[in-house]
Design a protein around this ligand. Structure first.
Ligand SMILES: [Zn+2]
Length: 340
């Protein structure tokens, strides 16, 4: 009797201590003004593709080029992590051979020129942007269909294409350095899971039924991009809604090039494509996640602490780490420009 009483007192004490820890954690979160945003549901239904009157093929991204399909995760068995590290090398080689060699990634023997050598400045949706010339035809077709289908209400004011600096951390390389990624209005279209500053944005804090509610761009833009080999990073765990990257086959963009081989494979033997094993939802929690700071560009004046918190937020995936990020200023990431 005495013994069980003692045990229960001990349990009560433990519970009390635990509650204090939880309460302190909650206080910390409040004091920092930060709450880790919930991931928004991502609808995968897209309206039927219209008859294709453009010069380009409709094509899906090549599955193994999609970040989620080649990044190793801590939670995966060692063999799977090893397979993915090898696949990463294959991805780097694919990009280097076609788009240019970016220092420290891959082998300069694969391509003697940097991506900038293959880049060109174009006007897209009325705005200047520097992009790899190989993907220009695809962007032209995207523009053609956006203008035909999406109405004219949304007019972007800012684009970001080729970068000469890698904005990924943790050893990854951004598709921006190859000139095959484009950000549309990086100050308006959120990246809620990227950096602490975005996480504090009202669009990221409010519960939503769809990720489309967290961006200024009409969903129609996403649907059109996705028909022409662009992968929308809104689908990624970073939920980077501003970002599209061309992961299709650059040798088969135009109809005159013939259909891309991976599309024929997809129709003939669905599910057999390499890298098909997309990340399991259950692996979400302990991901080894490199943070891409797309918002970084929009965040003039991001300091070292912010950069550190970017990695912490994306890597840790816990409320505690989110709470340790510096309070957002509203203007720090350009968030206030959203006017929401
Ligand atoms: Zn981007």
């Amino acid at each position: 009797m005495r013994y069980s009483f003692a045990m229960s007192r001990r349990n009560v004490l433990l519970l009390t201590m635990l509650s204090s820890v939880v309460a302190l954690g909650a206080l910390g979160a409040t004091a920092a003004g930060q709450n880790r945003p919930q991931r928004a549901p991502i609808p995968d239904d897209a309206p039927p593709r219209p008859e294709n009157e453009t010069a380009c093929n409709y094509q899906d991204p090549i599955p193994w080029l999609v970040r989620e399909n080649f990044l190793p995760r801590w939670t995966q068995p060692p063999e799977e992590q090893r397979r993915r590290r090898e696949l990463q090398q294959k991805v780097v080689r694919f990009r280097t051979e076609r788009y240019g060699y970016f220092e420290d990634f891959g082998d300069p023997d694969w391509n003697e020129h940097p991506p900038r050598h293959y880049s060109t400045r174009i006007e897209w949706m009325g705005l200047p942007v520097r992009i790899n010339e190989r993907v220009v035809p695809a962007l032209r077709c995207v523009e053609e269909q956006i203008r035909a289908e999406c109405g004219g209400e949304y007019e972007p004011v800012r684009l970001s294409g080729l970068r000469t600096r890698n904005t990924y951390h943790n050893g990854q390389v951004s598709n921006h350095v190859y000139g095959i990624a484009i950000d549309v209005d990086p100050h308006l279209n959120t990246c809620c899971m990227c950096v602490a500053q975005w996480g504090d944005h009202p669009l990221c804090q409010n519960p939503v039924e769809s990720i489309y509610e967290r961006m200024a761009m009409p969903p129609c833009w996403v649907h059109v991009f996705e028909r022409f080999g662009f992968y929308w990073l809104g689908r990624d765990r970073l939920q980077d809604t501003m970002h599209f990257e061309f992961l299709g086959d650059p040798d088969h963009i135009l109809k005159t090039d013939g259909p891309a081989p991976h599309m024929a494979e997809a129709e003939g033997a669905e599910g057999d494509a390499e890298g098909e094993d997309a990340a399991d939802e259950g692996e979400e929690e302990a991901a080894a996640e490199p943070a891409e700071s797309d918002a970084e560009e929009a965040s003039a004046g991001a300091d070292v602490d912010e950069a550190a918190s970017m990695e912490a937020v994306a890597a840790g995936e816990t409320a505690t780490e989110a709470a340790s990020a510096p309070p957002a200023t509203g203007g720090g990431c350009g968030c206030s420009a959203a006017g929401l």
